[in-house]
Design a protein around this ligand. Structure first.
Ligand code: CAO
Length: 414
């Protein structure tokens, strides 16, 4: 049995934020019915294509474990079918532009009337406020949620990250909201509205930067690279690769860095492991030196400290550095490229990186479920072709007869 077996999701999501959420629910065992616009479907099917006329990796990697049906929800007969789907589903998830579902004629009030037990979950760019009507994509959310202003280097522009904290991050938040609402429904019998704004999701993930904003009022941020010179403005600055926690850390070069952009390792000079680190890099003299002994003694010398560490790491590959520092309990991690991650045997073995067969693209790599449940194993299945399950869903879920299905097809509702 899967954790969410018996839960049916009416998946009106597209692009990345919503599909991430419903894919997770599918991995946990929910029956996810992806409703797509006839003809084109989710726009990502055709975006960033690597093979002509084949669903893109953008789509296939975000829509595992779902069924697809086409439905024109603006068409009269399409609306009738949509109403029946609302009646039979436990959760409706959407991430259309603000107001799109209302414009189709399905407000929260109407949805509740149709099915009071349904959970109606949405992603929007912003919550209520001056920007609530705006359309938003990933990098906009990274900018408006505090990610960009705090990422990058002090002398460079605000920078967005490769991690899709706006889209996939908000999808994760939404999935938690949905299962929480399902849990509450067990007791109350009522559905509810679940809303996640991408700005809020990003800000939640930037929590420590709002922490630093408040610390700034009481003095300089001593772990930031700006500290020794003491130049801070009014807002949390960009801290480059400095550690966000209470322990100093930095990215340092390893052997081969001249030719390999990822020959780097992140090293944290944690207080508890400092003596071992000092010995490993040949700077035993730091251990008893009053200028280096205590963490507070080192705060104005972090640049010098990481330069010394780097002199040593440059003589070793990032994996050799791991081999020496890990037994010493020095927290460290190699900068891994996407190529290295895709080839890493332990990630294949754990199901975090999976190879999936697809009827038109052949086999491709995907990221499997990153959350492992001991009693609800995940089998990653391929994304559906556009409308692959339309008839099947209409017959088995809505019990429509063939004549009705044919008429819906011929008049453009499907
Ligand atoms: N049948 C009929 N019409 C459909 C349909 C269907 N099955 N599915 C979608 N449509 C219609 C919508 O109703 C909408 O019509 P109206 O403009 O008349 O209301 C239209 O298709 C376009 O939908 P959209 O405005 O959501 O799509 P877009 O490409 O213009 O905008 C996006 C995309 C992502 C910017 C916008 O949906 C958005 O801001 N979503 C919320 C935030 C979000 O999730 N962003 C993350 C995206 S991933 O980076």
């Amino acid at each position: 049995m899967k954790a969410l077996e018996g839960i049916r999701i009416l998946d009106m999501t597209h692009v990345q934020s919503g599909p991430t959420c419903t894919q997770l629910l599918g991995w946990f065992g929910a029956d996810v019915i992806k409703v797509e616009r006839p003809g084109t479907g989710d726009a990502t099917r055709g975006q960033l294509r690597d093979i002509p006329d084949v669903d893109s990796l953008y789509f296939t990697m975000l829509n595992h474990n779902k069924r697809s049906m086409t439905l024109n929800t603006k068409h009269e007969q399409g609306q009738d079918i949509f109403t029946r789907l609302i009646k039979t589903c436990d959760v409706l998830v959407e991430n259309f532009a603000p107001g799109a579902l209302d414009r189709m004629g399905f407000s929260w009030d109407r949805i509740q009337q149709i099915n009071p037990r349904i959970i109606y979950a949405s992603v929007k760019g912003f919550g209520p406020g001056p920007y609530e009507d705006c359309k938003v994509y990933e990098n906009i959310a990274q900018c408006t949620g505090g990610g960009a202003s705090t990422t990058g280097f002090d002398d460079g522009p605000p920078t967005v990250t490769g991690a899709q904290i706006g889209d996939s991050g908000t999808g994760l938040h939404l999935a938690l909201g949905i299962v929480t609402a399902l849990f509450q429904r067990e007791k109350t019998g009522r559905g509810q509205r679940v809303e996640c704004a991408m700005q809020d999701g990003v800000l939640n993930l930037c929590r420590v930067k709002l922490r630093d904003q408040q610390r700034l009022v009481h003095g300089p941020l001593t772990e930031y690279p700006q500290y020794p010179a003491g130049i801070f403005g009014e807002a949390t600055p960009r801290s480059g690769n400095a550690s966000g926690g209470g322990q100093p850390g930095s990215v340092v070069k390893c052997k081969g860095w001249e030719g390999d952009p990822n020959a780097y390792i992140y090293v944290i000079a944690q207080a508890a492991a400092f003596n071992g680190l000092a010995r490993a890099i040949g700077r035993e003299d730091w251990i008893d030196d009053p200028g280096w002994k205590k963490p507070s003694d080192r705060l104005d010398k972090l640049d010098e400290m990481f330069n010394e560490i780097e002199k040593w790491t440059k003589t070793k590959s990032k994996f050799e550095v791991m081999e020496v520092l890990n037994p010493l309990n020095v927290p460290c991690g190699p900068v891994l490229s996407m190529k290295e991650l895709s080839e890493e045997p332990s990630l294949r073995a754990s199901g975090t990186v999976v190879e999936v067969e697809h009827p038109t693209r052949g086999s491709y790599l995907s990221v499997g479920c990153p959350v492992k449940l001991s009693d609800s194993p995940v089998e990653v299945t391929r994304s559906p072709l556009l409308g692959e399950h339309t008839e099947d869903i209409l017959k088995t879920v809505l019990c429509l007869d063939q004549t009705t299905i044919e008429s819906a097809k011929s008049n453009g509702a499907l």
